[in-house]
Design a protein. Structure first.
Lengths: 239, 239
């Protein structure tokens, strides 16, 4: 590439955000939920689903690698297979918690695989752009992280479409590969349950269930060095 | 937790998004950029920085683990140290590309560590909530992915505040640990350059530079199984 002069078309038009636009983005971020139990069978129009996928596809990716694929799972039999794999893993998982924690765990609803009308599996093709990748020479997992950013974009876009998303992680990757025909060299990143919902909950379900409390933000913000800060620090006063 | 009756306070008030709010979120997603070269020295008010951190803190996290810490790096000497580590890694990285690709690589501006007024390092404390974590029994890396979702939330919030963010991945984790005093058992996830900018570019810089093209979305969307779909499929028509 030759050095070139900046053209006005190189710069974003409509680059400013109004206060109302800014507030909309924060509202989306704060009102996003991991949805397990409120799915409606209502089909998602293809035009809406396309918007979610386009949002995901515009995630940042290391070296502009775009390592993701999106498998939209409509087939009920395949979703049932994914659900069966969840059930097996979840039974193992429950046994890993002790006493009261196990009782609480068994009461939690942790997925909506069959309830939601579709699933979306996001994967990462780690060798998509060859053996050496810009930005992955010293942090090889940046491709996985890029695919996670795509998940989060899709999740936020879904929220403004009144569509709930739940990320199912209590499942073996090889079971997911089996159910969806994903090759061994492709890394599954997320299986998402996706559908319209009756409502969105005010708080995360695990917070309401007493599984863990929300950490005060001021407990996890530091200045210049790990676990270091002066008190009072004006930033900490704002948190 | 006892089974309990749903109260109206359990459900989100103001849960609907108007068309304008929806558009604002998509505008943010599409106009977010990885910023390396347009930083202004203008300080970020603490109240604004607090909003970015709150957005990050409201990312989804596996088992509500909230495994993240945020180190806000104001100190110029520490940022210079991070920059020196980048330079060393980037020289090694350049050598891994061949011929024309190496020439292109060496022309790219890949970080704004010293130009941006602050850095933010996001880390993951993998043992924060004990040995067994809900949702991590079968996918142990979900905690890392949660911290990545926090990065993406912060990035999108920054965009609506007219603040640019650049993710520096061409650096060794141990160098970052050294510069910021991060213990060996804590996993650095991202070092972000953060600051107001002169402008946002219309396209990703690596796309403009001809490093890689944007993949057509229709090349990476599949139905029910990996690399399977009927053509025409009504969803694919919408992409």
């Amino acid at each position: 590439m030759k050095e070139k002069t900046m053209k006005s078309s190189d710069i974003q038009a409509d680059a400013e955000f109004s206060a109302a636009e800014r507030d909309a983005v924060y509202k989306c971020i704060f009102n996003r939920r991991d949805v397990r139990g409120q799915f409606l069978p209502t089909p998602i129009p293809d035009s809406v689903l396309a918007r979610l996928l386009r949002a995901a596809h515009h995630a940042p990716s290391v070296g502009f690698m775009q390592p993701w694929d999106f498998i939209v799972v409509r087939d009920a039999a395949i979703r049932q297979k994914v659900r069966d794999s969840f059930e097996a893993a979840n039974e193992e998982a429950a046994g890993m918690f002790l006493d009261e924690k196990q009782k609480t765990y068994r009461r939690l609803k942790l997925e909506g695989i069959v309830d939601a009308p579709i699933g979306i599996c996001i994967t990462c093709d780690r060798s998509r752009t060859g053996a050496v990748g810009l930005g992955r020479t010293h942090q090889a997992d940046m491709d996985l992280y890029s695919a996670v950013c795509a998940v989060q974009n899709l999740w936020l876009a879904a929220r403004v479409e009144q569509i709930g998303v739940g990320w199912v992680s209590i499942i073996r990757h090889d079971d997911l590969r089996g159910a969806l025909g994903i090759p061994a060299e492709i890394q599954p990143i997320a299986y998402l349950c996706v559908g319209y919902v009756t409502h969105f909950l005010a708080k995360p379900e695990l917070e309401t269930a007493g599984w863990l409390p929300r950490t005060p933000l001021s407990d996890v913000v530091w200045i210049d060095r790990w676990h270091a800060r002066d008190t009072p620090d004006p930033l900490l006063e704002c948190l």
